[in-house]
Design a protein around this ligand. Sequence first.
Ligand SMILES: NC(=O)c1ccc[n+]([C@@H]2O[C@H](COP(=O)([O-])OP(=O)(O)OC[C@H]3O[C@@H](n4cnc5c(N)ncnc54)[C@H](O)[C@@H]3O)[C@@H](O)[C@H]2O)c1
Ligand SMILES: [Zn+2]
Length: 242
Amino acid sequence: MQIPTTLLAQVDSSVGGKTAIDTPEGKNLIGLIHQPKLVLADLDVLATLDDRQMRAGYAEIVKAALIGDAAFFDWCEQNAAAILHGKPVALQHAIATAISFKARIVEQDETEQGVRALLNLGHTFAHALEAHSAYDGTLLHGEAVAAGIALAFQLSAQLGHCTDAEAARVKTHLERAGFITNLRKLPGAPYDAEKLTALMAADKKNEAGLLTLILARGIGKAFMDRNAPVDRVLALLQQETR
Ligand SMILES: NC(=O)c1ccc[n+]([C@@H]2O[C@H](COP(=O)([O-])OP(=O)(O)OC[C@H]3O[C@@H](n4cnc5c(N)ncnc54)[C@H](O)[C@@H]3O)[C@@H](O)[C@H]2O)c1
Ligand SMILES: [Zn+2]
């Protein structure tokens, strides 16, 4: 039985049964999938959660919208402040929407053979940022995810999968919600582009040495690219960290 007490755990980690630990080699590399019998997400407990932790949880909410629900992203743009301030109506809608979105995906693909991988939007970048800063609390997972989502959309635009305007809209929303998307200013900076790229190449989602990334054809249109060009990833990270 899981009783998630952070916004992040309520909307994401308590659903789907993934349990893992972080090691110096990378994020979540050791773990298993084991479903709880019951998840009890009580909104009242969030009253004591600090602003930074609330925002970190919001990253996974907006992630769900960006993966597959453009209308929910429109709603997030209008309601981010209410969610972050813990306004019950907005918070409940956001949590319920994010949970049902994730539950639908996990029901289709519990062991991540396919569609479940889309839930990793922004996460290959994020896991590298987290490993770079050694999971010492400098950079929260949700903060890394927000920066990673901005990078994933930026790369998608550079590779011609989505428009620059869509990538800019995502970045603007994340910044309005209070996230830092500028890697030079992100907690844990300075980040080294070569080291980040090497960490990304070690991510567990990679098969046969190829860089697998979740990219987007637009807002709400994430897809898996099993052969993302490592040189373009490195170039983007160099551009963003220099
Ligand atoms: N398994 C999954 O599917 C999955 C999905 C998303 C994230 N994660 C992982 O979850 C981890 C982050 O977990 P988290 O965000 O729940 O953070 P956490 O468990 O580290 O908690 C964050 C902080 O908030 C405090 N706290 C918790 N509940 C509180 C409350 N109600 N009031 C006041 N303080 C409270 C905790 O003591 C802690 O200091 C990351 O390692 C991330 O990778 C896993
Ligand atoms: Zn996450």
